[in-house]
Design a protein around this ligand. Structure first.
Ligand SMILES: [Cu+2]
Length: 362
């Protein structure tokens, strides 16, 4: 629609409302102040009741239609997320009950006790018993909710089960870097001073630590169904946040301070495609912290697979070590002598150049 036409309509509506208000003002003057106040009181009281009914009906209809579109309807995709869902529902039930009670009382009382001839307001300046009741009950309820929340928090940020796998996630402006420990099961040391984008060392892996040699860095976050995964989270620049809405978890990615979180995926991506009847379904990793101009584009893809599929994917991954030192890659094997010499020389050069820096251990 033409913008001028729209502005014209809005202006006309305002003028009509203004004229009606003016006209009713003149009518009130003619009727007398008392009568007009009684009339507007009645209208306001009736509007209060309408607002209550329309508001409650609106909330019910919105919930009925929109709930299936939320991630709640899909259920938590992690076992630990079930605790979060339960906690959320209990909190919503308690606060929802109080909300309904207070709102119904507020609007119903406004209607029922509107101004009437001979009615006098009951004046309560202070009541200790009431004050104690509405302070102590919410305090106890909130304490119980917070304690339950803390228990869950300590669980998911504490030690994972013994069979857990480890994945490192590093946020950067604007994307995610995933690192898996490789066959040795341990992540190599890294330090931000060793970051050299041009050489392919995006994390600052310390090549003096041979545990780095088999670490792989796929562009998708692969997880295994029913296998706990511990995420070791960090950031290369500003504060990001690893948001896992399907798994009901999130954790800040802070530069210099590794944070951890563990959970157990329940369904593979394939199973979710069937459950949601959406062939394009993908688990998402989103940044939950406003971190700069392209924050919205920090979308990572998570793929939950079976152990066999995971092993097959990992077997195909090339360690980053071979990207930085192609001469060391068995796939590029050349007649002995020259290749080995040049690769060793390159390693020695980089190690010598970085040996002075302080290294941190994950
Ligand atoms: Cu971010």
């Amino acid at each position: 629609m033409n913008i001028w036409l729209l502005l014209g309509i809005v202006l006309m509506v305002f003028i009509v409302i203004f004229q009606i208000a003016k006209a009713s003002e003149y009518v009130n003057v003619l009727k007398g102040e008392k009568k007009s106040r009684e009339q507007s009181n009645r209208i306001n009281a009736f509007m209060m009741l309408c607002f209550l009914v329309v508001g409650l009906a609106g909330a019910y209809i919105c919930n009925k239609h929109l709930y299936p579109k939320t991630l709640f309807a899909q259920g938590s995709a992690s076992k630990e997320g079930e605790m979060i869902d339960t906690m959320f529902m209990v909190t919503t039930a308690i606060t929802g009950f109080v909300f309904l009670l207070t709102q119904i009382a507020l609007f119903w009382f406004s209607f029922k006790y509107q101004e009437k001839e001979g009615r006098k307001a009951f004046y309560i300046p202070h009541n200790n018993k009431l004050e104690v009741i509405w302070t102590v009950i919410p305090a106890i309820a909130l304490t119980v909710l917070v304690v339950i929340g803390l228990r869950h928090w300590f669980k998911i940020t504490g030690d994972p089960p013994a069979n857990a796998m480890v994945v490192e996630i590093t946020g950067k402006q604007f994307g995610w870097i995933f690192r898996y420990p490789g066959k040795d099961g341990e992540l190599g040391k890294k330090h931000y001073t060793l970051i050299k984008e041009a050489e392919g060392n995006t994390l600052g892996q310390d090549w003096a630590d041979t545990k780095n040699n088999d670490d792989v860095m796929p562009t998708t976050l692969y997880l295994v169904k029913d296998k706990p995964v511990k995420l070791v989270i960090g950031s290369r620049d500003v504060i990001h946040d690893v948001g896992l809405p399907h798994f009901r978890l999130k954790m800040d990615a802070v530069p210099g301070i590794p944070t951890t979180l563990w959970f157990t995926p329940k369904w593979t991506t394939k199973e979710m495609k069937e459950q949601t009847k959406n062939p394009d379904f993908q688990y998402e990793l989103v940044c939950d912290q406003l971190c700069g101009s392209s924050h919205y584009a920090m979308r990572g893809v998570i793929e939950v697979v079976t152990q066999e599929e995971f092993d097959a994917v990992m077997a195909k991954q090339k360690p980053n070590y071979y990207t930085v030192f192609p001469d060391k890659d068995p796939a590029n094997a050349k007649p002995a002598g020259a290749a080995a010499d040049s690769a060793e020389a390159a390693t020695a050069k980089i190690v010598a150049g970085t040996a002075g820096g302080n290294k941190t251990k994950i």
